[in-house]
Design a protein around this ligand. Structure first.
Ligand SMILES: Cc1cc2nc3c(=O)[nH]c(=O)nc-3n(C[C@H](O)[C@H](O)[C@H](O)COP(=O)(O)OP(=O)(O)OC[C@H]3O[C@@H](n4cnc5c(N)ncnc54)[C@H](O)[C@@H]3O)c2cc1C
Length: 450
């Protein structure tokens, strides 16, 4: 990320969101909203004095995953690139109550700017790589895990903050009461491989749960119980790591952790089915870590529509072909990288992103694109400009022309025929698949059979 921030050919637009995409492969125009930080980027040196002196603290459901607090003026991540803070206008005392302005007073370079407005930027690009990643599934949706009923029932992501040196406990694994846990349980597949949540395997949870079990053993010496259905240690060196964690003394219980009960003394009882013993087992522990599923971003629908990208039945962005074209999408010039296409760990994400980058280079080196001759055409005399086809086109390939009638962009059209089927005036045909041609083919076949 530091390298990307320094590279002369890379412009980082952080705290920004794409609002509109038009054009086609080699020729996209992207409209971006650069949100107001209330901090002048040219003047700010990232010294952090504003964050240090800000009197307002709020619980951080972003980077801290609800495990710690942040200030109203804050750096969104530790080691943010670029190293710039942002003012949370909903939490800031000046924006909400008209008083304070302490950050402005202490800033040595006069970078605080309460009047800053969102900026709209338009860029011309030849290709686009979507890398919007994943979101965490909320375990409250399966109440048997009692998530939210005790501060010592946490998700794997929250555990990551506990072990981080810049996290709320400075990297110490502590219960909400500030004590070292003596017994910790990990439950795999919470919300994954489950007919009541997500049917797919989230892929990353087995390995990060093993990593976290190892960290508990290493840092606290606590007894660790690991409830799993089956261990998916699929990557290079992963099986060996699983063996190592077994040797470290973690107790593995083969069977889904079925229920977490909060006992009157605050302890947690985990009950599960032990498939090897063929009976239910229970463990009383001080902390439970739920390996909750990962899922598509909540705005995946909007983003997919914006970029003309399809989604699979479970909501991830769809690649053109799972084996042969794993980074391309149905829209030429738009590629996928990382976990927005499906759950994957860092090594797989890096490999996928590298492949997407190379596809872009290949496209640019070619200098030309081949498109299918089977595209839709609009009979301008018959089109009444109702716009039904524009709404129905899954590839954003149709727009109104100067006469208000529909016009197909052949570089975007995939010849799927949806518009032709939708058009109430019968004004659209798919080239080489006109009704007459199809009827002639059927007649030809019938003639052969006669
Ligand atoms: C608890 C936990 C522990 C893990 N531990 C490990 C581990 O030890 N080793 C390992 O290999 N993997 C681990 N992983 C997996 C790892 O986090 C993923 O492989 C990796 O984050 C995927 O990277 P990504 O860039 O595809 O997605 P993300 O990391 O999700 O990044 C996507 C980025 O896109 C941004 N974004 C989303 N939508 C938009 C939008 N509309 N506009 C602009 N920006 C947007 C997001 O804010 C985010 O910054 C772990 C995962 C979890 C949940």
């Amino acid at each position: 990320m530091t390298d990307a921030g320094r590279h002369p050919n890379i412009t980082l637009l952080t705290y920004s969101e794409v609002e509109e995409v038009s054009g086609y492969v080699g020729n996209f125009t992207v409209r971006i909203r650069k949100k107001a930080r209330s901090v002048n980027e040219d003047l700010c040196t990232g010294c952090g004095l504003c964050q240090e002196k800000c009197p307002r603290k709020v619980l951080d459901f972003g980077f801290e995953a609800g495990m710690g607090k942040r200030k109203a003026v804050y750096f969104a991540f530790s080691q943010s690139i670029p190293n710039l803070p942002v003012i949370d206008r909903e939490a800031c005392l000046y924006f909400t109550k008209g008083r304070c302005r302490l950050c402005e007073k202490v800033c040595p370079t006069g970078a605080i700017d309460y009047t800053q407005q969102d900026e709209i930027i338009e860029v011309e690009v030849g290709a686009i790589v979507l890398a919007t990643g994943f979101a965490m599934w909320d375990p409250r949706q399966l109440p048997q895990y009692s998530y939210g009923l005790s501060p010592n029932i946490i998700t794997g992501l929250q555990f990551e903050r506990l072990t981080s040196s810049n996290g709320p406990t400075g990297g110490e694994i502590l219960t909400a009461e500030g004590k070292k846990p003596e017994r910790v349980a990990f439950i795999h597949c919470v919300g994954s491989r489950d007919h009541n949540a997500h049917l797919y395997c989230s892929r990353i949870c087995c390995m990060y749960s093993l990593k976290q079990a190892h960290q508990v053993r290493d840092k606290t010496g606590a007894e660790v119980y690991d409830f799993y259905m089956d261990m998916r240690a699929f990557g290079k060196g992963y099986e060996e790591f699983y063996e190592r964690v077994q040797e470290e003394g973690v107790t593995f219980i083969r069977g889904r952790g079925a229920e977490v009960e909060v006992l009157p003394d605050g302890k947690l009882r985990v009950k599960g089915d032990d498939a090897n013993l063929g009976r239910m087992v229970a463990a009383d522990v001080d902390m439970v870590v739920l390996a909750s599923a990962v899922e598509p971003q909540p705005d995946a629908d909007r983003v997919a529509a914006l970029f003309g990208v399809g989604r699979t039945s479970d909501g991830w962005f769809a690649e053109s072909h799972p084996k042969l074209r794993p980074v391309e999408t149905a829209t030429a010039g738009i590629f996928l990288a990382g976990a927005c296409q499906g759950p994957r760990d860092v090594p797989d994400t890096v490999a996928h992103a590298g492949a997407a980058a190379l596809e872009v280079v290949r496209l640019f080196n070619q200098g030309e694109v081949t498109i299918s001759p089977t595209v839709a055409v609009v009979n301008q005399d018959m089109c009444v400009g109702c716009g039904e086809c524009i709404l129905s086109c899954p590839y954003n390939a149709i727009a109104r022309n100067a006469q208000g009638k529909a016009e197909v962009n052949p570089a975007l059209c995939h010849g799927c025929g949806t518009c032709a089927a939708t058009c109430p005036s019968d004004a659209i045909t798919a080239l080489h698949f006109t009704d007459e041609e199809i009827v002639a083919q059927i007649d030809g076949l019938l003639a052969m059979l006669a």
